[in-house]
Design a protein around this ligand. Structure first.
Ligand code: MRU
Length: 369
């Protein structure tokens, strides 16, 4: 996507220096800082500390991390036990997003098919870049399928602005290109459909206020940042036509893990008869589980992310303490929205209802038995 006229991705492989480059998302929107990930520890740090974040992007980063583990080796690249250990360390960086395990495992499997070190390095890079490009294509297709939903609402409203609420950042910064939840919005805007986006600020790290607002603004899309608690009120007053969110892991039965607060938006949408869609590539489905509340691991992050807030003050990015110094805080980073609250999934293969039967109709190769 373009930033001030220049094509940018949140991650890329620089062939000249043979390094993985990323946008450091911790400093957006106020500073655009690019970092090199030169060692596995750099990659793990980037995923853990959310230099990169968002399910498809951490999948892509993990995939390239496997390549990094081979080229920055301290063995001859033939020690499978050491190599598997590095892959496990990458997968442990964050627990909820399915894409991380899938991205790392895919590249690991491609590497283990080769014996020779140079062949392993080559295979790792090729497979990691394939993971990256597949996520780009997936998001493009999600955009196409989700576009019809927005187009339909616009037609029903006689061309009046379609008000879409989104939570967290499921945009290109989270996904390499287009985004998941934002792909249909970008496509609608590019087809001259009048859209307006309500952007949940998404405490504690404000991915909505910092990242989604920045992305939409750079693309010229009309948007308004709201507090995480404002959505229900706006829905009651007819000011939201549609909710689209992303997800970090979705079960084969349609339970959705996404950024904390998503569940409350789904409840409010259901109470107000507002369609609530989840946009996701198939790489985010966990085909092995059905019960999201029981089986999806929910990341608990540092309570200081709640206690401190970062923002621009007199031209400098600063961090300030909000609650009393002594008050403890708790920071579950995701919640699970049960399938019954989801209107449908927007995937690269099309739109389906949030039931195991309809998901399996789109992905028949995942049927059990
Ligand atoms: O903690 P984050 O910022 O990695 O959480 C990201 C989200 O919750 C996104 O909504 C999700 O990854 C969807 S990605 C398109």
């Amino acid at each position: 996507m373009k930033v001030d006229g220049k094509e940018m991705r949140p991650i890329w492989f620089d062939r000249a220096s043979k390094t993985v480059q990323v946008i450091d998302q911790r400093f957006l929107p106020h500073e655009l800082i690019i970092e090199s990930l030169n060692t596995v520890d750099d990659v793990i740090h980037a995923i853990k500390e959310m230099v990169v974040r968002g399910a498809p992007l951490i999948g892509a980063t993990g995939a390239l991390g496997v390549y990094v583990s081979l080229v920055r080796k301290n063995n001859d690249g033939a020690d499978n036990e050491y190599f598997e250990g590095e892959c496990n360390r990458l997968k442990d960086a964050r627990p909820t997003a399915m894409n991380l395990f899938r991205g790392v495992n895919r590249v690991r499997d491609a590497v283990l098919k080769k014996i020779d070190y140079d062949a392993r390095v080559k295979a790792a890079l090729a497979e990691a870049l394939a993971v990256v490009e597949e996520e780009v294509l997936n998001c493009q297709q999600i955009g196409r399928h989700g576009f019809s939903i927005i187009e339909d609402i616009s037609r029903k409203k006689g061309g009046q602005s379609v008000n879409i609420l989104t939570h967290c950042n499921a945009g290109w910064l989270a996904c390499v290109e287009y985004g998941t939840a934002t792909a249909p919005i970008y496509m609608a805007f590019d087809h001259d459909i009048d859209v307006h986006v309500w952007v949940d600020e998404t405490r504690p790290l404000n991915q909505g206020a910092r990242l989604t607002a920045w992305e939409l603004g750079k693309h010229g899309i009309h948007h308004t940042v709201i507090t995480d608690n404002a959505g229900g009120h706006l829905m009651q007053h007819g000011r939201v036509d549609l909710v689209i969110v992303g997800t970090d892991r979705t079960t084969r039965a349609g339970d959705v893990a996404n950024k904390i607060g998503t569940y409350l938006k789904a409840l409010a949408a259901r109470d107000n008869n507002i369609p609530f869609y989840v946009a996701l590539p198939s790489s985010t489905f966990d085909w092995g589980i059905t019960d999201g509340i029981k089986d999806i691991p929910i990341e608990e992050r540092d309570p200081d992310e709640i206690r401190y807030v970062q923002g621009l003050c007199h031209g400098k990015v600063q961090t300030v303490l909000v609650p009393p110094e002594m008050s403890p805080a708790a920071n579950p980073a995701f919640d699970v929205t049960p399938a019954r609250l989801v209107t449908g999934f927007i995937t690269e293969r099309g739109v389906c209802n949030a039931t195991e039967r309809d998901i399996m109709a789109l992905f028949p190769e995942k049927r059990i038995g």
